[in-house]
Design a protein around this ligand. Structure first.
Ligand code: DGI
Ligand code: FE
Ligand code: FE
Ligand code: FE
Length: 188
């Protein structure tokens, strides 16, 4: 895909209607946050559009990439929730021909966050969390905090997500814990 229109057509084909509409809302939210935080708008648009590109792929596609590219073997203990970003970025390179490492890192880290995140990575991490279709308890506060300070939003989400996962008896991917430790004390 060489234009936004072509990229949108690929995503419409790869994703369910529900997931496709989420992706369009993440794109628009990312563009807004990028404007507020002096981030490149075109990169925010592309990263927002492709962040969940691999979300509906079968597990075996990810397992193949993890083994072929000798990625962290610890990944094999997790599932689609962790794979679609970190491993999905590799599919975005080879299948969509997007090689921009800023965009790829934003996709890689959109679920788990990272100890150090660029502004673009922070924008995509937050846009995915607060896009207008989200309706979990606390999302209004998340939107307010993020509009005041992008970094405070990252901290807020990181703390909320870890609490949520523990409440659900989910295994925590070590990078998610590292993100928590790095961001827990950030207030603005
Ligand atoms: O792909 P989306 O649904 O738009 O959102 P996402 O990529 O941010 O999150 C996908 C899921 O991943 C979400 O239900 C929370 C979950 N998740 C985030 N960190 C971890 C995790 N799940 C596990 N098991 N461990 C984690 O560390
Ligand atoms: Fe996702
Ligand atoms: Fe997210
Ligand atoms: Fe998403």
């Amino acid at each position: 895909p060489h234009s936004r229109t072509e990229l949108v057509a690929v995503l419409r084909d790869q994703l369910s209607q529900h997931r496709f509409e989420h992706v369009l809302r993440v794109e628009q939210t990312a563009i807004k946050l990028a404007q507020q935080n002096n981030v490149n708008l075109e990169k925010a648009s592309i990263a927002g559009l492709v962040h969940d590109y691999a979300k509906q792929r079968p597990d075996q596609d990810f397992i193949t990439v993890i083994k072929d590219k000798q990625m962290d073997p610890e990944l094999l203990n997790y599932g689609n929730a962790i794979w679609h970003g970190i491993v999905g970025a590799e599919l975005i390179k080879t299948e969509l021909g997007i090689w921009d490492e800023d965009i790829l890192n934003a996709v890689r880290h959109h679920t788990t966050g990272a100890t150090i995140m660029s502004k673009l990575e922070q924008v995509i991490y937050m846009a995915d969390y607060i896009e207008p279709g989200r309706n979990f308890a606390g999302v209004q506060q998340a939107r307010q905090v993020t509009n005041q300070s992008l970094q405070a939003g990252v901290s807020f989400q990181t703390k909320q997500t870890l609490q949520y996962l523990i409440g659900q008896n989910k295994a925590i991917y070590p990078k998610t814990i590292a993100t928590y430790n790095a961001w827990v004390a950030v207030n603005g």
